[in-house]
Design a protein around this ligand. Structure first.
Ligand code: SF4
Length: 247
């Protein structure tokens, strides 16, 4: 059921045209290309989520990279951010391999679904608030199709704020001031009256520095830091712990 709904939603995302300036930006990146990918047939459009439809963990990124996911058509796939993330997901037992090169490369996720606040690559990796607000309902619909999600791992402050907005729209009571993003910060919001009546609890939000080169090349985000948050995700999701040998 979840798988069919997510597949249908993925097709809808791929065909979305709501932000003409972003659609044009994606297409332009696909025309101009990067020299290293001159022969690659860029996806050059909105990128759907992917992973395990029954996952208890939803990983929320920022947006496709112009020459990564916008090239390959799969989130976090084909650039350095993805190299860092998938190596960590493999160490933590969420991925069957450490590399994510392109669709058809054999990558399979277990227990994790990858999503993003924005599905089109934004200029300079800097989406506007309006663009995020326009695109965020896609994540909401993914969550609605995934009843098992217990944790949203927010990669970076923009994803954290996007997750807070999603929870506010679910009518979860929101503390004032709004809880601030930080690496390893956790936030369990109370359930809305409706969710409480149905015996549902909102997912735990966990913050993590983003896996962008800006963070990983400077040492702000190190492999062992990613390992720690992913292990915490496993714990909250009641998944068996995985021994990490080369973090
Ligand atoms: S950013 Fe989101 S809402 Fe805007 S065109 Fe892309 S997929 Fe559609």
């Amino acid at each position: 059921m979840s798988a069919a709904r997510l597949k249908k939603l993925g097709r809808e995302i791929s065909a979305c045209q709501r932000c003409p300036e972003l659609i044009e930006w994606c297409a332009r990146a696909g025309r101009e290309k990067r020299r290293a990918h001159a022969d690659y047939n860029y996806w050059a459009g909105p990128v759907p989520g992917f992973g395990d439809p029954a996952a208890p963990l939803l990983i929320l990124g920022l947006a496709p990279g112009a020459h990564g996911a916008n090239r390959t058509g799969r989130l976090f796939t084909g650039d350095r951010s993805g190299d860092f993330l998938f190596a960590g997901l493999h160490r933590a037992g969420f991925a069957n391999q450490a590399e994510s090169l392109e669709p058809g490369d054999g990558l399979e996720l277990s227990g994790a679904w990858i999503s993003a606040a924005l599905r089109c690559a934004p200029p300079g990796n800097k989406p506007t608030r309006e663009q995020i607000n326009t695109c965020l309902p896609f994540v909401e619909r993914e969550l609605n199709a995934m009843p098992n999600v217990r944790v949203i791992l927010c990669l970076g402050g923009i994803a954290w704020n996007a997750a807070l907005k999603l929870m506010a729209e679910r009518a979860c009571p929101m503390p004032r001031p709004r809880p601030r993003f930080g690496h390893g910060v956790e936030l369990q919001l109370p359930a809305s009256a409706t969710d409480k009546g149905a015996g549902l609890a909102p997912p735990l939000l966990i913050g993590s520095y983003h896996v962008s080169q800006q963070n990983t090349f400077t040492g702000r985000m190190r492999p062992e830091m990613l390992d720690a948050v992913l292990q915490r995700c496993r714990e909250v999701c009641a998944l068996p712990p995985v021994e990490i040998t080369n973090g």
